[in-house]
Design a protein. Structure first.
Ligand SMILES: Nc1ncnc2c1ncn2[C@@H]1O[C@H](COP(=O)(O)OP(=O)(O)OP(=O)(O)O)[C@@H](O)[C@H]1O
Ligand SMILES: [Mg+2]
Length: 161
């Protein structure tokens, strides 16, 4: 089954610029963007509630699959820290006949922290120790994993690597 659908995964730690990139791609590609933070804010759910974040992401994936099957372009900017999570999304989208791209954003830990402090979206703010712990947990995509994805329609605009 071949739809002309396309799933765009934007992966990276908090502050890496996922939403910034996803919003730019959304406009250029006429895509539908799924941000858990936006839905959680709209539902007055604290962004630290990981249990609710998981439920919001599950809802977004249900909807995303319907849109992909209809041939639309969908952007998922959940963070997707784990290789297994990215594998599941890639295989799920391919099963619907959609193409899948992966964009990985990264910046040094103190840059991430500084951006998050300046943005001030979380309450209470993300702590330095927590962020540094997440840097250790995060499974950055390897070249071998990147090769499993389709060529992006648009390159990243600014990614210091
Ligand atoms: N390449 C960049 N250079 C400098 N600042 C940036 C860059 N990308 C994003 N920012 C700024 O850093 C902050 C965090 O970016 P953004 O919200 O896009 O990150 P995010 O990955 O979506 O974070 P979160 O996971 O918390 O949602 C924002 O204030 C944004 O304007
Ligand atoms: Mg974001």
């Amino acid at each position: 089954m071949q739809s002309s659908g396309r799933l765009i995964l934007v992966c990276g730690l908090p502050g890496s610029g996922k939403t910034t990139l996803a919003e730019a791609l959304e406009g250029r590609l006429q895509a539908i963007r799924f941000s858990p933070d936006d839905w959680m804010d709209a539902l007055s759910i604290n962004l630290h509630r990981e249990d609710m974040r998981a439920k919001v992401e599950a809802l977004q994936w249900e909807l995303a699959q319907q849109l992909l099957a209809q041939g639309l372009t969908v952007i998922i900017e959940w963070g997707t820290w784990a290789r297994s999570e990215r594998d599941a999304l890639r295989l799920g989208a391919r099963a619907l006949g959609a193409a899948v791209e992966l964009h990985y954003l990264n910046a040094p830990s103190d840059v991430l922290l500084e951006r998050l402090e300046r943005r001030g979206r979380e309450n209470p703010p993300i702590e330095r120790d927590a962020l540094f712990e997440w840097v250790e947990i995060f499974q950055a995509p390897t070249n071998a994993e990147m090769a499993l994805f389709d060529e992006p329609l648009m390159a990243d605009f600014s990614n210091p690597g």
